[in-house]
Each structure stands twice: as C-alpha cells, then as structure tokens.
Design a protein around this ligand. Structure first.
Ligand code: SDX
Length: 426
C-alpha cells in the first residue's frame, strides 16, 4: 500500500497527493517529481537544505546523532581497524577485501600510480606559484584526453578499471603539483611503497641532484606519520551528497567523461565553505595568534554585521559533533608528543572549541567543530604545507566521488540534473 502526503493550496482549497518513500536508514522522502505537472508550481529550497537528489547505498549520515557509515559500517570501526585502501575497496565493491583481495588491490593501485609523460610535461606550463588545487583540477581534466576509452564503458570490469586508475593517480598528480610549486623535480612513484607512504615520499624525497635542499635536513618518513595520514584519507573518503559530490553527479548526468566530472568535484571542493576550510582553519588560527585574542574573534563570528566566520565550525548536516572531528581530535592527542604538534595552534583551537561549545550563539545554531577544524593541526605536524591541505582532501575523496559517479551511471531512470527557478526579473 502506497504511503502518501496530501498538500492543500489554501488559495483555492485544491489538494495534491504525493508518494512517501522509505529508505533503510534515516528520513523518508516525499516524491515531488509530479509537483510541477500537478500544481503548475515549482518547489523552492535554497541550498537544497531539505532536498534529496538521489537514492544511494554508499554513505549514510545521521546529522543529529553525529553518525557516519560507509556501506553500513561505522566510520569509527573503519578508521581504527582498516587501511584507507581497504576502505576504497569497500566503497568501490561494497565489501571489505579478504587478505588476498587486499594485496591484489594494493598491487594494482601501485602499478596504476604512474602518469603519462605528456601529462607530466603539462605541468611545466603552470606558473610555479600556481595553487596546487589549480594544477590538480586541470591535470585531472586532462587525464580524460589520455584515457578517452572511458567515455563509453560497458561492464563492471571497465568501471572498476577506470575508478582504480584515478584513485591510484591522484596522489601522484597532487605530489607533482606540489613539487612544481616549490621548483623541485618530480619524483616518480616507488612501487615498493604503500599508497600513503608513496605520497609522502613523492612529496618529500630528495631528487638525486639535490635541487631542493630542506633546511630541516632529510625528512625520514615515520610509520606514525603514514598511519595518521592514512586515517585522514579514510575520514575524507566519502560524505553523501555534499557540494562537490553533487557537482560530480551533476556532470555525470550530462554524459561527460568521468575524469572531467572528478575535476569539477575538485573545483567545487576548493571553496573555503567546503574542502578549502582546512587550509583556512590554519590561516585563521595563525591570524588569531594567541589564546588571548580568541574572545575577539568569537565576538566577530557572532556579529551579524561581520562576515567573519569561524573556519572549521558548523555543518549543513551535522547538528552534533562531526564524528570525523572526534576521531581526529583523539588522533591529535595521540600524536601530540610523537609529532610535536604546534602547541600554540592547538591551544588556540582548544580555546575556540571550549568557548564556542558553551556559547549560546553556537549552541542555538548547533554549530560544532567539523572535520576541517582538527585536520590542519595534524597535517601541519606532518610537515604538509597548508597549500596541500585541500589536495589531501582530494586524494581521500576521489574514491567517494568516483563511487558516486558509478552509482549514478548504473541507476535506473537517472535523469540530467536540471533544476528550475523562481524568476524575479523584468
Ligand atoms: C565540509 O556537506 C558536507 O558533507 C561537507 C564536508 C564533506 O565531507 O564533504 O563535510 C566537508 O565542507 C565541512 C564544512 C567546512 N566548512 C567550514 O568549516 C566553513 C565554515 N562553516 C560555514 O561556512 C557553514 O557552517 C557551512 C557552510 C559549513 C554550513 O552552512 P549552512 O548549513 O548553509 O548554514 P548557514 O550558513 O545557513 O548558517 C546557519 C547559521 C547562520 O546564522 P543565522 O543567519 O541563522 O544568524 O549559523 C551561522 C550562520 O551565520 N554560522 C556560523 C558558522 N557557520 C554557520 N557562524 C559563525 N561561524 C561559522 N562557521
């Protein structure tokens, strides 16, 4: 028996009926696809705060409880017990790999991590002061020229090959963008290293001709650094229909190449309201400079006439602690001594959190620290430059974007994303 909702137009008493659809978790939806044909009106939802754009089996978020699951498994379990690559396997195939599958998947990604010489040469045309995100989105879009065959894929094998290719290459592209921005030579992937270690190696290794001498001396990669970054990748892997994922699905809906859809996702993520927030958090903590000035900036964040916002605070979905922020906060505490985290930045961050969580302005609006609030302090301790914070978010999120892209392409009755408007012009 269909469940329905009736809407009455109080102007003429006419009533309209719409079907209610249940999910396996979370809020039900009212299917309003017949709203315009029935009523001659559009619905309006600025920023899509109450709008579901699709059905999905990939990621579930309960914003009130502060719960996040990939393929039904809680993020806490995945972050504490599984590698990022096992999480990629889970997202892409719907199941965690066996030991053999895990080894085979790891080996496949290592071999797919190399870039075409033509793509590498393309970086030489970028100005060295280009933000790595500009290089990342351009290079990713250009990958579509090197893998034109992915425009038409006919079976799961081809979808998986296309997906594993882009997941494997993203760290290499990101490291190349960074090396170019510091005038250092490109370091090819070393397939004897794991996914996450290889990224740190490609970022930091010394070229044989020692062009880039690090004033702090040779940076040996510590196992704790690999583990911390691997966890950060896992926490960023997917997040339901956020702005960049919706962008990827929107580009997918026109039938464009999957890699230009990922490039569009990178561009959307760059904004400081979204993935660019992690870089802005550190810049904001450095601007605040000391715990004595925290009150001044909290007051500015609350001032309706001041467009200053606390970066790393608030979330469209989480009206409770972002579960990823909780995991990062405990990771921060674990790493404090191992990686001598910047205690001043941490003290400022902790003071902001302590004040904001007891202040009526933030409590009333349910503004809590989000994932970006803590990731920057850890990434700084990993000697990752702030310009690479959002590229690291990209590396983690690429698997989520491409999984969502595949789900869209395989969904029955998928339509081109084409919203309407309320016209207020002449
Ligand atoms: C990510 O969607 C995802 O899932 C994203 C993400 C993912 O994994 O993909 O989780 C990653 O993008 C995390 C969010 C990172 N962005 C930031 O940290 C930037 C700072 N936060 C905000 O700009 C804001 O909170 C958003 C963009 C995150 C959410 O914006 P909403 O849901 O549109 O909320 P809003 O702008 O309507 O704010 C509601 C109220 C407003 O006050 P009133 O007009 O009601 O008086 O809360 C206030 C806002 O002014 N507010 C803030 C604030 N965030 C919201 N006030 C001060 N500081 C803030 N950070």
């Amino acid at each position: 028996m269909k469940q329905t909702m009736t809407m009455i137009d109080n102007r003429d008493g006419k009533s309209y009926e719409f079907e209610i659809k249940e999910g396996t978790r979370g809020p039900s939806v009212v299917d309003i696809s017949s709203f315009y044909p029935q009523t001659g009106m559009f619905t309006y939802d600025n920023g899509y705060t109450s709008t579901a754009s699709c059905t999905s089996e990939i990621t579930f978020i309960d914003g009130n409880k502060g719960e996040l699951r990939y393929r039904g498994i809680p993020i806490e379990e995945l972050a504490n017990k599984h590698s990022y690559l096992d999480v990629c396997h889970l997202l892409l195939t719907s199941k965690l790999p066996t030991k053999e599958e895990s080894l085979a998947f790891d080996l496949e990604l290592r071999h797919r991590s190399f870039l075409h010489e033509g793509l590498i040469n393309m970086f030489n045309s970028f100005p060295t002061n280009a933000h790595p995100m500009a290089a990342l989105s351009s290079a990713t879009a250009s990958l579509s020229a090197f893998f034109y065959n992915h425009l038409e894929m006919k079976d799961d094998y081809e979808y998986q090959e296309m997906a594993r290719r882009i997941v494997a290459k993203m760290p290499t592209i990101a490291a190349l963008a960074y090396r170019h921005s510091i005038g250092a030579s490109f370091i090819q992937p070393d397939i004897s290293k794991s996914f996450t270690e290889n990224f740190l190696y490609m970022m930091r290794a010394y070229p044989h001709n020692r062009m880039h001498i690090d004033p702090e001396g040779e940076r040996v990669i510590k196992p704790i650094e690999i583990q911390a970054l691997d966890t950060i990748f896992t926490l960023h892997a997917d997040h339901e229909q956020n702005a960049s994922t919706s962008t990827v699905r929107g580009v997918a809906s026109t039938g464009a190449h999957p890699y230009v859809a990922i490039s569009a996702g990178i561009s959307a993520l760059w904004g400081r309201a979204h993935g660019g927030a992690n870089e802005s958090v550190i810049k904001q903590l450095e601007m605040i400079g000391s715990v004595d000035r925290v009150d001044e900036f909290i007051a500015r964040a609350k001032d309706p006439n001041d467009d200053f916002r606390l970066m790393g605070f608030g979330h469209r979905v989480y009206k409770n602690f972002d579960p990823r922020a909780k995991i990062l906060k405990s990771l921060q505490d674990q790493l404090k001594d191992e990686l001598n985290l910047d205690s001043n930045l941490m003290q400022i961050a902790n003071k902001i959190e302590q004040i904001a969580l007891s202040d009526e302005y933030f409590i009333k609006r349910k503004l809590y620290p989000n994932i970006d609030f803590y990731s920057g302090v850890i990434l700084t301790a990993l000697k990752i430059p702030t310009s690479m914070f959002t590229p690291i978010f990209v590396i983690g999120r690429t698997v989520g974007w491409i999984t969502q892209w595949i789900e869209y392409k395989k969904s029955k009755g998928a339509k081109i994303a084409r919203p309407r408007q309320l016209y207020v012009g002449k």
